[in-house]
Design a protein around this ligand. Sequence first.
Ligand code: HEC
Length: 149
Amino acid sequence: MLPKNIALCLAVVLAVFAIAACSGAEQPQYDTGASSGADIPVTVPALSEKAQAGETAFNANCALCHGPNAAGTGLGPPLVHKIYEPGHHQDFSFRNAVQNGVQAHHWQFGNMPPAPQVAEDDIERIICYVRELQRANGIFDDERGLAAC
Ligand code: HEC
């Protein structure tokens, strides 16, 4: 009888530990696993003309990693994501990313190589495209976020 009780106690204790371990492992705000952010559902709004041109340039130069509709892939993060809102990643950080590349810091996909083939006008169009997607998906709701458009 006693061993059975002890076994039961042990099982309960272990279960409590397991639950504590899981719920206690709270993710730091921006520490997203490589797969958890990839390929998120994105609502595509009616795009402005500039954003449509941006989409074309994006699909040619960025979608390989950032995915169609900037929803992310196994190679790169979604740009329709709270961490890329205009207040945290201003437009210059997009220009900088394209021109100089990015050292991996938010995710675990590795570094982003620079994309020197993308002309400055196209970078502006791409920023406009990503901002319109972001706004349609509730990442921000301030007109100023659409400055590139
Ligand atoms: C070869 C894959 C790849 C391609 C192609 C690529 N990116 Fe990235 N990009 C990444 C990865 C990976 C990160 C995330 C780095 C991190 O923060 O961990 C990233 C991050 C970014 C960021 C965030 C920069 C920051 O300051 O944190 C922006 C903006 C961005 N990419 C824009 C673009 C645009 C625009 C294009 C197309 C011109 C593009 N990327 C093409 C892989 C790519």
